[in-house]
Design a protein around this ligand. Structure first.
Ligand code: PLP
Length: 421
């Protein structure tokens, strides 16, 4: 069965609203490469959107899942609990920034974790307003669509959206030229004047923006926002769904700025590809919610929990935070040589932003970005684009990718830029 055959069936069976980056269908995948049903090998610079950090079908994850699936597959933690859920919460409490007393709750997806973080913050503070930022991405459910910035494709004709979501300006060093302190002052002015400190339940932000363009805020921006939240009795929430679990060269990206969020949302890289998400944070905030107020049928499913414990053990044993830093050291110097406005990112969360000719300074160039990405695909490198203007090419290799695979991927990127011109 060829990709073309499957694609024909897909067109007749799968809703058009669900799209794919490539039209090849996966047969097998491992640490750094995929093989499609046509027998073609792909270098993986996507990791299923920053999920398969420990590699695909990682040996420990496979063994843990196999063992669990034979013991039991589902009892619902809210009905008949099991130890692995507790163990994942212990790991989250220990690994997330801050040594204060913490609690965690588990869910199925990133969007669900964000929704629950908002529920918890509102319940704890008794306030309605949630502050999010320009270029933010927090998911596709109704509440998280409201929190996500970009209309097409995420929000277009899907409204009306949930109320009490307010958007503040971000720090975007390439485009605003502001220091972290200046950008924070600009954001805080909007929050103070347009929302009012006493109304804010939570300030919720990705420490490095993902879908919005891999935007690393200027140093000092995040600490200033966290300080404002503390001074105003608002909960500071870091959405580490894409940045967490060693992706940026630390267990969590908040560590790069020395911030200790009140709550952290996690998902994506947490469980080696199985669906799992978490909200972790200060015990007094998390435990403010009444018994039975949080949960869900599948949240913290035992197979996903077994996979998470195995993935975390793998990250620890192989020191994948150091591996992410090594990928940055290998990739960033070569990305900086490309004809782009900026190469940026941390660890194995790297990107280049493409702009038009010098006369149109910093004008986003989504057409060239798409062309380069397509040229990469044609040469067997799986890359993704992102950014509000679709002009950012992002690279998310599995953290276990062998150096020679990273180098081959970089060769393809350089050739793709040369061919597109
Ligand atoms: C992917 C992502 C989400 C949504 O996660 P899903 O599992 O797709 O619901 C939320 N926040 C950030 C920062 C993300 O990258």
């Amino acid at each position: 069965m060829s990709s073309m055959d499957v694609h024909k069936r897909r067109t007749a069976a799968v809703a058009k609203g669900v799209s794919s980056v490539i039209s090849s269908y996966v047969d097998t995948a491992s640490g750094g490469t995929l093989t499609d049903v046509d027998g073609r090998e792909w270098i993986d610079f996507a990791s299923g959107i920053a999920v398969s950090s420990v590699g695909n079908a990682a040996p420990r994850v496979v063994a843990a899942v196999r063992e669990q699936v034979e013991r039991f597959t589902h009892t619902c933690f809210m009905v008949a609990p099991y130890e692995s859920y507790v163990a994942v919460c212990e790991q989250l409490n220990a690994l997330t920034p801050g040594t204060f007393d913490k609690r965690s709750a588990l869910f199925n997806s990133g969007a669900e974790a964000v929704e629950n973080a908002v529920k918890i913050a509102r319940h704890f503070t008794g306030r309605p307003a949630i502050v999010v930022f320009d270029h933010a991405y927090h998911g596709r459910t109704n509440l998280t669509m409201a929190m996500t910035a970009k209309s097409m494709p995420y929000k277009h004709r899907f409204g009306p959206f949930a109320p009490e979501i307010y958007r503040a300006p971000l720090s975007y060093p390439l485009r605003d030229g502001l220091s972290g302190a200046e950008a924070a002052a600009r954001a805080i002015d909007v929050i103070d004047k347009q929302v009012g400190g006493g109304n804010v339940a939570a300030v919720l932000i990705e420490p490095i923006q993902g879908e919005g363009g891999f935007i690393v805020p200027a140093p000092g921006f995040l600490p200033a926002l966290a300080g404002w939240a503390r001074d105003n009795g608002a909960v500071f929430i870091a959405d580490e769904i894409q940045t967490g679990f060693c992706r940026t060269g630390a267990w969590f990206a908040s560590e790069h700025e020395g911030i200790e969020p009140d709550l952290v949302t996690t998902a994506k890289g947490i469980a080696g590809g199985l669906p799992l998400a978490g909200v972790t944070g200060r015990a007094e905030v998390m435990d403010a919610v009444h018994s039975g107020g949080l949960g869900g049928t599948y949240g913290g499913n035992p197979i996903a929990c077994a996979a998470a414990l195995a993935a975390i053990e793998t990250m620890r044993e192989l020191d994948l935070a150091a591996a992410a830093r090594a990928i940055e050291a290998r990739m960033l110097p070569r990305l900086r040589e490309l004809p782009v406005a900026q190469a940026r990112g941390r660890g194995a969360m790297l990107a280049v932003e493409l702009v038009g000719p010098a006369s149109l300074e910093l004008e986003p160039d989504p057409a060239r970005t798409a062309a380069v990405s397509r040229a990469c695909h044609d040469a067997g490198l799986l890359t993704l684009t992102c950014g509000t203007y679709g002009n950012v090419l992002r690279f998310l290799p599995p953290l276990v990718s062998p150096p020679e695979v990273i180098d081959r991927g970089l060769d393809v990127i350089e050739a793709a830029f040369a061919s597109v011109g």
